[in-house]
Design a protein around this ligand. Structure first.
Ligand code: 13P
Length: 256
């Protein structure tokens, strides 16, 4: 029922030339099968080039890594939803743990951005997840519940349905240490339960929840096979065209 969604978060990587080389190889590897939705999230500087290369490609959409909540104005160094829309951007990643820990983003800030995304017809991919210290202290559910409430506060059920959540345990990001499929499934089911409690069960059943944290071709299949895991937000492994295509192929294989 929920279409799987696999996204490539390129973070602060990829020149325009590198993006062009990536797409040449990636689109060939991807083939014509469109059962899985793909999102490419380049740095701002490669959005225009990526948009141009993806213009005629169905079901491979463009995302941005961040944005400001205001429409326009004196916000040096920031970018708004309407500026992103002009570049054919459909998705925007908000509240990534790197934004939260390195740039001080709080749930309240993320929440303003989530509302701005919806007001401008961008679909937010809202990242949440616990640190290792929080997991070790047995606080996973408390942290996730707080982030779900704080980041998504005030959304209507219709807006929530058009929101993607990415569960990214901070200890699994860029560390090569993936959550086990059981750990990830448990967190995803908990998050879905919070959505049902805060909104309703019907909309909670429709929201797509991605897993992120050291996803690679060798572990994608078992993670994506979990009932509440609806896709992946891939960092490092998404920089390699063949590896990223293999993650999509492993997901597709589950649908056959
Ligand atoms: P890695 O896949 O490199 O662990 O990064 C995950 C991530 O942060 C995606 O947003």
């Amino acid at each position: 029922m929920r279409k799987k969604i696999i996204a490539a978060n390129w973070k602060m990587n990829m020149t325009n030339g590198e993006a062009e080389a990536f797409f040449e190889k990636f689109l060939q590897e991807l083939g014509e099968d469109r059962k899985v939705e793909v999102v490419i999230v380049p740095p701002f500087t490669a959005l225009a080039k990526a948009g141009e290369l993806l213009r005629d490609v169905q079901n491979v959409n463009l995302g941005a890594q961040n944005m400001h909540w205001e429409k326009s104005g004196a916000f040096t160094g920031e970018i708004s939803a309407s500026l992103l829309r002009e570049l054919y951007v459909h998705y925007v990643v908000l509240g990534h743990s790197e934004r939260r820990t390195l740039f001080g983003e709080t749930d309240a800030i993320v929440n303003r951005k989530v509302h701005a995304a919806h007001a401008n017809s961008l679909t937010p991919i809202v990242c949440i997840g616990e640190t290792l210290a929080e997991r070790d202290a047995g606080k996973v559910e408390e942290v996730l519940a707080t982030q779900v409430k704080g980041s998504l506060d005030g959304l209507t059920a219709e807006q929530l349905e058009e929101t993607v959540i990415a569960y990214e345990p901070v200890w699994a990001i860029g560390t090569g240490r993936t959550a086990t499929p059981e750990q990830a499934q448990e967190a995803h089911a908990f998050i879905r339960g919070r959505l049902a409690a805060g909104w309703n069960a019907e909309v909670a059943a429709k929201v797509r929840i991605q897993y992120g944290g050291s996803v690679k071709p060798s572990n994608a299949g078992e993670l994506m096979a979990q009932p509440d895991i609806d896709g992946a937000l891939v960092g490092g492994a998404s920089l390699d065209a063949r590896g990223f295509a293999e993650i999509i192929q492993a997901t597709r294989a589950l649908l056959e």
